[in-house]
Design a protein around this ligand. Structure first.
Ligand SMILES: *[C@@H]1O[C@H](CO)[C@@H](O)[C@H](O)[C@H]1NC(C)=O
Length: 222
């Protein structure tokens, strides 16, 4: 009896995993008739993982201000490791990012809903190289949010998976913590959290939010 129970316990993950896997199987996806929707930049060109882009909020004035890599207050990191937005659209240009798909199966294109790492494309000293890769930090109790920071490795568990989804105005960024091996390549929005902005020491810090995700455009950086 006990043996049977144990056997059932062992089978559960296999059944769950295999059904999930069949559903999301990349081989099924490629024979899927539904074409993936490419993400477009401000010039209506398809995003490319070999290029970099500035992330520009759709709002203008004080609601605008591009996304940049800056020093985090209270961080022990030896390098800038905070993801911020400038306070207005008259501030300097943001820091370019590149989007690196979990799988290159779909070529160098970047598609809506595709799981991605995000990396600031800046020249930096060796010590700071890993601090170009976006990740979601621990819950910050004083701000009541998980803040976006940097420090990780492309394709590894110490970085975070994001995706770009269409919003009514432009695009939103979502953070999708699902294990890539269970939800390969594309993941369900319901398992993701929205990226928005919280105030931290007078600066606009990107963070996971329940409401008001940041609506953004992407502009190819020259
Ligand atoms: C990163 O930036 C450098 C310098 O601006 C540029 O030459 C290179 O093409 C960029 N890489 C990507 C992937 O955009």
């Amino acid at each position: 009896m006990k043996c049977l129970f144990l056997l059932c316990l062992c089978l559960v993950p296999i059944v769950v995993f295999s059904s999930t896997f069949t559903f999301q199987n990349p081989i099924d996806l490629s024979s899927d008739a539904t074409p993936r929707t490419p993400v477009l930049d401000l010039a209506d060109k398809e995003l490319d993982s070999r290029l970099s882009y500035r992330i520009i909020p759709t709002l203008r004035g004080g609601g605008g201000g591009e996304v940049y890599l800056g020093y985090s207050p209270n961080s022990a990191a030896p390098c800038p490791d905070g993801v911020f937005r400038y306070p207005s659209d008259i501030a300097p240009s943001g820091t370019p990012v590149r989007f690196i798909p979990l799988s290159m199966q779909f070529g160098s294109g970047i598609y809506e809903d595709q799981l991605l790492n995000i990396q600031f494309n800046i020249s930096t000293v060796k010590l700071c190289e890993s601090y170009t890769i976006w990740k979601v930090g621990d819950y910050d109790e004083s701000l009541g949010a998980m803040l976006l920071e940097t420090g990780g490795t492309i394709g590894e568990l110490d970085s975070s998976w994001f995706k770009i989804v269409k919003s009514s105005l432009a695009y939103n960024l979502l953070y999708c913590p699902s294990t890539p091996f269970i939800y390969p390549l594309f993941s369900d929005d319901n398992l993701c959290a929205k990226v928005g902005v919280v105030m931290q020491n007078g600066k606009r810090r990107l963070a996971l939010v329940n409401d008001h995700p940041l609506d953004v455009y992407f502009s190819k950086s020259s």
